[in-house]
Write a protein of this length. Structure first.
Length: 236
C-alpha cells in the first residue's frame, strides 16, 4: 500500500526479525512477535543485458588518444571479460593479476577469494594501460591497486558508474546501463554460448546455483528465428 518494493519489504522484515532474535538472546523478551510476519514473494526477474554488438559499441566509443581513455578501455574490457562486481573491479590488485596464466584473483562478497579467467582482449588493453599507470604516483597504501585516478587513489564505485555512463552516451545506446549490466551480459552470453551453469556460477561467485539459473532465460529473438526457419507452417 505504501509503494514499497518487494525486495525492500524483505530487507525490512529481515532487519525486524534480527532485532527480535537479539532481544530473545538477551532475555529481554519471552516471545518473538516477528514470527507472525509474512515476507513478500520474491519472483525471479530477468536482468537487463546487452547484446555483444552493444557491448562492442560501448567499448569502441572510448577515446584512446588520452591516458584516461586507455585506462577506461581497460576497465570496460575487464568488466566484460571477467563479469566482475564493481567492488571487485575497484579492489583489483596488480599482485592478483596473472596475464601469462590468463587469470585474476578477486576478493568477492564476505572476503571470499576466487580465481577467474581473463580474456585476451582485456589482457591486451591492460598491457596498454599499465605504462600509463606507472606514470602516476600512488598514495600510501594504494600502490597495489590496478586502476588509479590521476591523484594516485584507487577508483571509487561512482567513478566506475560515470565511466560506463559516459561510454554508453558516446555510443548512443538508448538503454539504462550500469557496471552490473556488463556482469549480467557476461553471464548471459556465457550461458547462451553453451557454458555449463556450474562454471558460470564459479566465475560469478554465486553462493547458490539458483541465482545463476536466471541467466538460462530464453533468447526470444533466437527462438523467433528458429520458429521462422524450422516450423512447417513457415515453409509454405
Amino acid at each position: 500500500e505504501l509503494g514499497v518494493q518487494a525486495k525492500s519489504q524483505a530487507r525490512i522484515i529481515s532487519g525486524v526479525r534480527a532485532f527480535y532474535k537479539f532481544l530473545l538472546i538477551e532475555d529481554l523478551i519471552q516471545h518473538d512477535p516477528s514470527e507472525l510476519l509474512e515476507g513478500p514473494r520474491l519472483g525471479k526477474y530477468l536482468p537487463d543485458t546487452l547484446s555483444y554488438e552493444e557491448i562492442d559499441l560501448i567499448i569502441q566509443s572510448i577515446d584512446h588518444s588520452t591516458d584516461h581513455g586507455q585506462r577506461n578501455r581497460a576497465i570496460l574490457e575487464t568488466l566484460y571479460s571477467c563479469g566482475l562486481r564493481v567492488s571487485e573491479l575497484t579492489g583489483l590488485r596488480l599482485s592478483h593479476y596473472f596475464p601469462e596464466e590468463g587469470f585474476v584473483r578477486v576478493i568477492g562478497k564476505n572476503n571470499k577469494e576466487r580465481i577467474i579467467p581473463i580474456g585476451k582482449s582485456a589482457i591486451k588493453y591492460i598491457s596498454y594501460y599499465l605504462p600509463i599507470r606507472n606514470k602516476v604516483i600512488p598514495k600510501s597504501g594504494e600502490e597495489d591497486y590496478m586502476f588509479l585516478n590521476r591523484r594516485g587513489s584507487h577508483l571509487s564505485r561512482v567513478m566506475i558508474f560515470n565511466i560506463v555512463k559516459d561510454a554508453v552516451k558516446a555510443a548512443a545506446i538508448d538503454k539504462i546501463v550500469s557496471p552490473h549490466t556488463f556482469r549480467h551480459s557476461f553471464a548471459s552470453h556465457m550461458v547462451d554460448a553453451g557454458a555449463d551453469l556450474r562454471s558460470v556460477q564459479d566465475m560469478l561467485g554465486h553462493e547458490s546455483i539458483t541465482t545463476t539459473e536466471i541467466y538460462t532465460h530464453v533468447n526470444i529473438q533466437y527462438l523467433r528465428d528458429a520458429i521462422l526457419t524450422y516450423h512447417p507452417s513457415n515453409r509454405k
